[in-house]
Design a protein around this ligand. Structure first.
Ligand SMILES: [Zn+2]
Length: 465
């Protein structure tokens, strides 16, 4: 994309260059070094086994229907951990274990938001994760609507004693999520008594999106909630028309201290270099709405599938493949930090880490961060996935859970890349349920992770740093 913009004036050259590149990337010899040949047959078997059943989807259905959503510190997350340990053992994985992690326990409780003046409307809302609650009668105040942080700063005097609504339409997640994470403290700095944030996602059907806020230490902690795009726009219209609009927000949200949780780990030990490790994984915790199917039950199941498929097909690579289902990604990141701390001594032996946390829709390939030499190897492996059209290797692999380890030890990092067009519609909402996930697309995701993990773990020479 960046390259396209930079050379936009040289269009004829560009067309030629891309055509040439395309021709090269699909040329049978260019990305097909001699060592690749031996992986054709096992890759085809992994893909065939993954696509031959709906095992992954069925497993995710059990997790999301029978256990449900899995907020850190909830009994459901504990059940999910126990279930995953038992299922991994049943799959025949090795060294299946729970690695203890202390996690914060945030409890939502009852909550509501309503417009009380000039007309009564119940709003569709979700308190933001980690928010403080209100006193029991709630907090009530006049609404100030702003469309940017600059507008908030400019209208500072009007924010005092008010409930500030950030009504900023979704563009990209990175652009828009800052109003959710930083908005409440920015409003509090100007004397606001509560904050509302337009749901961070494309317009849905009155769907609020929760997600964590980050209080800064230089502002009072005020309660904060997401409201649906429809309710945000209604508030803006009403304020524009009549000036004074009063809202009441009630939230029981609070912290119950830290409680014990765990990362779930299983392995296929390497046949030649068992101390060298390829890690794949996702996060088992979720928000407390919906069922955490796309975020990130699906990521857990497709990475776990990579090992189950190898086991089923009796494929034991030279190096160890380890699946890690991390805890507490959503509101703390403690699982990823605990993994780094627990495995510090062997991080230099981590050959590659892959995270799937962008949904399990139609796979495009992988994102990869590593050296040029490693990227060439990954591109060659990706050609084994051309049959399921998952052979792209894009820039920027990684993930929130593998991040602490990857950064500390400069480990080559990968993410599963999928068609993301539906992801933010359901992200952190009551609509994150398994019906949004297609069994065949999910099986292809599992196949993509399985082929990448297997071949990288089995390469005659360790993936370059
Ligand atoms: Zn996630």
């Amino acid at each position: 994309m960046r390259r396209r913009a930079r050379f936009a004036s040289a269009l004829p050259f560009l067309v030629f260059a891309f055509t040439t590149l395309d021709a090269q990337s699909t040329h049978p010899e260019s990305h097909r070094p001699a060592w690749l040949q031996q992986y054709r047959e096992p890759s085809a078997r992994l893909i065939g086994e993954a696509l031959g059943s709906t095992f992954a989807w069925d497993r995710l259905a059990v997790l999301t229907d029978t256990i449900g959503h899995r907020l850190s510190g909830s009994p459901a997350l504990d059940r999910a951990i126990q279930w995953a340990l038992a299922e991994m053992t049943r799959d025949g994985l090795e060294n299946v274990r729970a690695e203890k992690v202390m996690v914060p326990k945030w409890v939502r409780g009852q909550e509501s938001a309503e417009i009380v003046e000039p007309a009564h409307h119940t709003m569709t809302m979700l308190g933001l994760g980690d928010s403080v609650g209100t006193k029991s009668e709630g907090v009530q105040g006049e609404v100030l609507v702003v469309n940017s942080f600059e507008e908030l700063d400019a209208r500072s005097a009007s924010a005092r004693g008010r409930i500030v609504l950030f009504n900023v339409p979704f563009t990209t997640y990175g652009e828009t999520v800052r109003f959710r994470s930083a908005g409440p403290s920015r409003a509090a700095r100007h004397g606001a008594i509560a904050a509302l944030v337009r749901a961070v996602g494309p317009a849905g059907l009155r769907t609020p999106h929760t997600g964590a806020l980050q209080y800064s230490s230089d502002a009072p902690k005020i309660p904060a909630a997401a409201v649906s795009t429809e309710d945000a726009d209604r508030l803006e219209r009403m304020v524009a028309r009549s000036g004074k609009v009063v809202v009441r927000l009630k939230m029981e949200a609070h912290f119950d201290g830290d409680v014990e949780s765990a990362n779930v780990v299983g392995e296929i030990r390497g046949r030649e270099f068992p101390d060298e490790i390829v890690v794949v994984g996702g996060h088992l915790d979720s928000w407390d709405v919906g069922a955490g199917a796309t975020d990130d039950g699906g990521g857990c199941v497709v990475t776990w599938e990579a090992l189950r498929l190898m086991k089923k097909l009796n494929l034991r690579p030279r190096r160890t493949v380890r699946v890690v289902l991390f805890t507490n990604e959503e509101n703390g990141g403690r699982g990823g930090q605990a993994y780094r701390d627990e495995h510090r001594a062997e991080l230099s032996n981590h050959v590659m880490m892959l995270e799937s946390d962008g949904g399990v829709f139609r796979p495009l390939g992988v994102g990869f961060t590593g050296s040029d030499a490693a990227r060439d190897t990954v591109k060659a492996i990706a050609t084994l996935l051309s049959g399921i059209a998952a052979d792209q290797v894009s820039a920027g692999g990684g993930g929130a859970d593998i991040g602490p380890s990857v950064q500390e030890a400069h480990i080559p990092a990968m993410s599963l890349d999928v068609d993301g067009s539906k992801y933010f519609l359901i992200h952190h909402t009551p609509a994150d349920t398994i019906d949004k996930i297609d069994p065949v697309e999910m099986a292809k995701c599992a196949a993509t992770v399985a082929v990448m993990a297997y071949v990288i773990a089995d390469l005659p020479q360790r993936l370059a740093r």
